[in-house]
Design a protein around this ligand. Structure first.
Ligand code: DGL
Length: 253
């Protein structure tokens, strides 16, 4: 079984891609809504939440883990895998596969992400190691606003503010927070045709298929959800993406 976690609904954008590639895999999704949003928390808080999330998924039988949350990737550095009691081949996070996707491409990349992700600097480090430049835009508030169902007008105001004074023209815009692909049209409205929008879930799900696929081939395609706080927006997203799993949502402490 594959265990996926995020602060809330963001990882559903990754789950959608995984289901398309590995329909037979059994999957348990954990949304830590009681602690959402993650993107403005300290590194120390994020490390503690990451350990808890991984322990929960493993206690429910997940042998392989996907961190569908960019904001916690710094807590998943290879040197910490022994601390997490997990081996690198059993865990996939967002940053590595995304950097690899762009490594040999001749594109100007602009990353937008939570303040925690921009502050952690992993994307900048990865692009730097590949000899490439990366521009970044931190967007405070947006992930939380998406999670808790803010209006389109409010989402647009937040995105507009974040990009005020940024010259995005001609860039590939990487949505470096898994909540953002849930509202891609808002980015397209604000930035017009000036950018090409890229969802890292494409690169990450390809890695998951390659690395986890052979181990998950004998599954039954079961899909379960656990959330740490009940949430109507989360329930309605699951119902619209996977109507057959709408009842498979458990609230856990
Ligand atoms: N969706 C997560 C990410 O990719 C967390 C966003 C948040 O909770 O602030 O960073």
């Amino acid at each position: 079984m594959i265990g996926i976690f995020d602060s809330g609904s963001g990882g559903l954008s990754v789950l959608k891609e995984i289901r398309a590639r590995l329909p037979q895999a059994d999957i348990l999704y954990l949304g830590d809504i009681a602690n959402a949003p993650y993107g403005e928390k300290s590194q120390q808080e994020l490390s503690a939440l990451t350990v808890r999330n991984i322990q929960f998924l493993r206690s429910r039988g997940a042998a392989r883990i996907v961190s569908a949350c960019n904001s916690v990737s710094a807590a998943l550095a290879v040197s910490l895998f022994d601390t997490l009691d997990i081996t690198p081949d059993a865990l996939i996070e967002m940053v590595g596969p995304t950097v690899r996707h762009f490594r040999d491409r001749d594109e100007r990349v602009l990353l937008c992400a939570t303040p925690a992700t921009v502050r952690a600097g992993l994307y900048q480090q990865g692009f730097g190691m590949a000899g490439k430049e990366l521009a970044t835009v931190a967007i405070p508030e947006l992930a939380g606003a998406i999670e808790f169902g803010a209006s389109e007008a409010e989402l647009e105001r937040i995105v507009r503010n974040a990009f005020a004074g940024v010259s995005a023209e001609g860039n590939t815009l990487v949505l470096g927070c898994t909540h953002y692909p849930l509202v891609t049209p808002v980015f397209e409205r604000v930035l017009g045709g000036a950018v090409r929008v890229f969802d890292p879930a494409h690169a990450v799900s390809a890695r998951i298929e390659e690395q986890f696929g052979p181990h998950e081939a004998a599954g039954k395609g079961e899909l379960h959800f656990a959330i740490t706080k009940d949430s109507a927006p989360f329930r309605s997203r699951v119902a619209s993406l996977w109507p057959e799993s709408a009842d498979a949502i458990e609230v856990v402490q």
